[in-house]
Design a protein around this ligand. Structure first.
Ligand SMILES: Nc1ncnc2c1ncn2[C@@H]1O[C@H](COP(=O)(O)OP(=O)(O)OP(=O)(O)O)[C@@H](O)[C@H]1O
Length: 252
């Protein structure tokens, strides 16, 4: 079943066709990679999928529902969560509160209940603490729950960003260069973790990545973008062998 279905998606900035007639279909539970040279349009695709940019043309469907042109909050509520190339945590908040911030889509109390500390406030807060700790455990971050997010080592901050995104209970998780800035050991650990997230949550994941070891190691399907257009699409092993991909991207 298709979780994400994108047809003829395009956006222009002035005369630049940053994304041009982009099509993709991602099925439930798939681990899908979006690759391409610098400036190919990958992050722009993420910005279109999350409502940061409105497309000039095209349709985006999430789990059969048309989300084209909706704003980022509506799209997150509909079930798309993302992480960023440059980590964007609430660095002055605790690790636990970062995850709790993601939970607010699904755990609610009124301002009145919060201000006057009514019983529902304590009940919902307890549920949120438990859920957040559960997520932190999955990522081996539970021991750091009280630390300020900004004090975590870099690799752990990346994990926390993924935990916070998952707290919104998405149908589709977008990871923008999750291995950026990581050493080979951290990258290996991240690969295992992404696989685990897919298996444990039956999550559908689309990731942008330049690290070919990671892409070849965990992605089942790939789309290669070049100058805003799809150059090649299909099973990872086949795509990485495609002569056009090797010439345009791998530079061999
Ligand atoms: N808001 C914008 N206004 C004008 N041009 C933009 C805007 N956003 C992106 N672009 C242009 O669109 C093109 C695609 O950029 P994008 O960041 O999507 O590429 P990318 O494939 O993610 O690259 P990288 O791998 O370097 O992150 C680039 O030429 C970029 O300069």
């Amino acid at each position: 079943m298709a979780i994400l279905e994108v047809k003829n998606l395009s956006i222009q900035f002035g005369g630049l066709h940053a994304v041009d007639n982009f099509n993709i279909q991602i099925n439930q539970g798939e681990l899908y990679g979006l690759i391409g040279p610098n400036g190919a349009g990958k992050t722009t695709v993420f910005n279109l999928l999350t409502g940061v940019y409105k497309p000039t043309e095209g349709i985006i469907k999430l789990d059969g529902v048309d989300i084209t042109g909706k704003n980022p909050i509506e799209i997150n509520k509909a079930g798309v969560a993302r992480t960023f190339q440059n980590i964007r945590l609430f660095k002055d908040m605790t690790v636990l509160d970062n995850v709790k911030a993601g939970l607010h889509n699904n755990y609610k109390y009124s301002t009145f209940t919060g201000v006057f500390r009514l019983p529902k406030y304590f009940k919902v807060e307890k549920q949120m603490n438990e859920k957040a700790m559960e997520l932190l455990k999955v990522f081996g971050l539970d021991a750091f729950a009280d630390y300020l997010a900004g004090n975590l080592p870099y690799g752990e901050q990346r994990k926390l960003e993924i935990a916070r995104a998952l707290a919104t209970e998405p149908k589709l998780l977008l990871l923008d260069e999750p291995a950026a800035g990581m050493n080979p050991n951290e990258t290996q650990e991240l690969m295992d973790m992404i696989r685990f997230v897919r298996d444990h949550f039956n999550m559908t994941i689309l990731l942008i990545e330049h690290d070919m070891k990671l892409v070849g190691g965990i992605c089942e399907e790939l789309t290669v973008l070049n100058f805003g257009q799809v150059l090649c699409q299909g099973k990872t092993a086949q795509v990485l062998k495609d002569p056009a991909v090797i010439t345009a991207y791998l530079g061999e």
